[in-house]
Design a protein around this ligand. Structure first.
Ligand SMILES: [Zn+2]
Length: 60
């Protein structure tokens, strides 16, 4: 089985992980109702995405 020849030091391992971090979700105002909504997702309050309503049960 292929395996790393040398143990990676804690320092190298942790340096690699400096790029591993949680990022806050991108939010923006809905162009239809101006509520905050997640980017690239339908608005939760009015159900609009890309200029048209795609979630029917949501009230505008
Ligand atoms: Zn909306």
């Amino acid at each position: 089985m292929p395996n790393p020849k040398r143990k990676m030091s804690k320092s190298r391992r942790d340096k690699r992980r400096t790029h591993h971090k949680a990022v806050p979700p991108t939010v923006g105002a809905c162009p239809n109702c101006n509520e905050m909504k997640l980017a690239h997702a339908a608005c939760k309050s009015c159900g609009y995405y890309n200029g048209r309503r795609i979630i029917e049960e949501a009230e505008a």
